[in-house]
Design a protein around this ligand. Structure first.
Ligand code: NAP
Ligand code: MG
Length: 435
């Protein structure tokens, strides 16, 4: 059979642990037999990032800007424990996703992949809920420190034109403690084992954090959310905590409102679509009571947390697509879950694992379909659709990985298979479709 040719390279970002193993299996079993794959390959595995002083991550993000479409495997973000596990690490490298997102900017859209056999935990959800996660700034670009002793913590802006703004955050001496939330010292009783906590008789250490965002990034976040809602014909919800964070979150709220009124209200009205803003706590309550079928725009941290809740409630972390849409056009497809470390260590011991490859398969199908659309290669678009259809058919036939088996409640008896068997079943169905 003739393999489907490609004209523009896809930016391939390889990753770590179990997802790296699945990555290669997906290529070997599902992609290479059908597609004459043209990629620009970046190895974002931890040791390769370490060897290049993380330059490879920056290069991969820039290649995504150049070519327009990337597919990324899950990667390890090193923490203290990883520093012990990999003693050769030169430093605790930043999160690759954080680095890529701050270069590409934009919004990450996360949609649960649903099948008839598995009903969401929340019984009234009838349609998937899409999370639109702002991909830039806030705590992901935060600056933090611990301070001890008396002093004044300030938020200061020194303008190049000499204008300075200065706000006192807190006085760290006990007598002038203007720290309403920390007055109840009984709350700190069980914090004695925290390292670096000095002088627990007084306030102890004080922790500080500075975060930022930009109007440009927030505006492009708003625009891509409205555009996505229009494209997929869904209502758009947006939530922050502007009652508490009047300036910071209030700014987000205002930008969304401006964009809506200036550019999107008419189009959304014409399609009978609604935009509404509400507080994040109210949004959480409403989401639980809703029927689903809308886009929920969240700030960076809220989107990180809520997408895990939504994907798990719809089935599994591995049953969700994730795509970063940059304001200038580039898109990066990924899985929303991590590198599935526990499974990897079983794999290293020679055991067969039943790790769910669906999110990683959908990252590839999404990226190849997009490449097909951009380059006018119809066969590649058809291939992307066929790969997804073959995957869903396999699941609907009751053949699934261990994480999903216990979730089937329709009375049928699903068959739990290893990742390899699962991919073989998909490969067989895919080959039939493409014959
Ligand atoms: P994780 O890899 O998502 O795994 C958490 C648990 O969820 C797993 O132990 C597994 O449960 C289950 N799980 C996740 N994906 C699964 C799949 N495809 N199939 C079956 N079960 C799945 O998260 P983590 O353990 O917090 O993080 C591990 C590493 O991934 C960390 O180094 C972290 O930095 C990295 N990470 C990367 C990304 C990314 O690159 N996008 C995102 C998050 C985390 P059981 O073990 O109970 O089976
Ligand atoms: Mg997360």
């Amino acid at each position: 059979m003739q393999r489907i040719p490609m004209t523009t390279p896809l930016v391939e970002m390889d990753g770590d642990e179990m997802t790296r193993i699945l990555w290669q299996m997906i290529k070997d079993k599902l992609i290479l037999p059908h597609v004459d794959l043209k990629v620009e390959y970046y190895d974002l595995g931890l040791l390769s990032r370490n060897a290049t002083d993380d330059q490879i991550t920056v290069d991969a993000a820039n290649a995504t800007k150049k070519y327009g479409v990337a597919v990324k495997c899950a990667t390890i973000t090193p923490n203290a424990q990883r520093m012990e596990e990999y003693p050769q690490l030169k430093k605790m490298w930043a999160s690759p996703n954080g680095t890529i997102r701050s270069i590409l900017d934009g919004t990450v859209f996360r949609v649960p992949i649903t099948i008839d056999k598995i009903k969401p935990v929340v019984k009234n959800w009838e349609a998937p809920i899409t999370i639109a996660r702002h991909a830039y700034g806030d705590v992901y670009k935060g600056v933090e420190m611990v301070v001890n002793g008396s002093g004044t913590a300030c938020l200061v802006f020194e303008g190049k034109d000499g204008e300075t703004q200065r706000h006192v955050i807190c006085e760290t001496s006990e007598s002038t403690a203007d720290m309403a939330d920390m007055t109840d010292m009984t709350d700190m009783a069980d914090m004695t084992d925290m390292t670096g906590m000095a002088d627990m008789t007084g306030l102890g250490s004080v922790i500080l954090q500075g975060v930022h965002n930009t109007e440009r990034s927030i505006r492009s976040f708003a625009k891509s959310c409205f555009q996505y809602a229009l494209d997929t014909k869904q209502d758009l919800w947006f939530s922050t905590k502007d009652t508490i964070s009047k300036v910071y979150d209030g700014f987000f709220k205002e930008v969304f409102e401006n964009e809506y009124n200036a550019h999107y209200k008419e189009q959304m009205d014409a399609l009978g679509l609604e935009y509404f803003y509400t507080l994040i706590d109210d949004a959480v309550a409403r989401v639980m009571r809703s029927k689903g079928g809308f886009v929920w725009a969240c700030k960076n941290y809220d989107g990180d947390v809520m997408s895990d809740m939504i994907s798990t409630a719809f089935g599994s972390l591995a049953m969700m697509t994730s795509v970063l849409v940059s304001p200038d056009g580039p898109v990066e497809y990924e899985a929303a879950h991590g590198t599935v470390t526990r499974h990897y260590y079983r794999h290293l011991k020679g055991e067969k694992t039943s790790t769910n490859p669906i999110a990683t398969i959908f990252a590839w199908s999404g990226a190849l379909r997009k490449r097909g659309e951009l380059d006018g290669i119809g066969d590649l678009t058809v291939y992307g659709d066929a790969l997804e259809a073959a995957s869903l058919e396999t699941l609907n036939a009751g053949i699934m990985t261990q994480d999903l088996v216990g979730l089937v409640e329709d009375g049928s008896s699903p068959r739990s298979v290893t990742s390899e068997e699962f991919l073989d079943e998909i490969a067989r169905r895919l080959a039939e479709k493409l014959r």
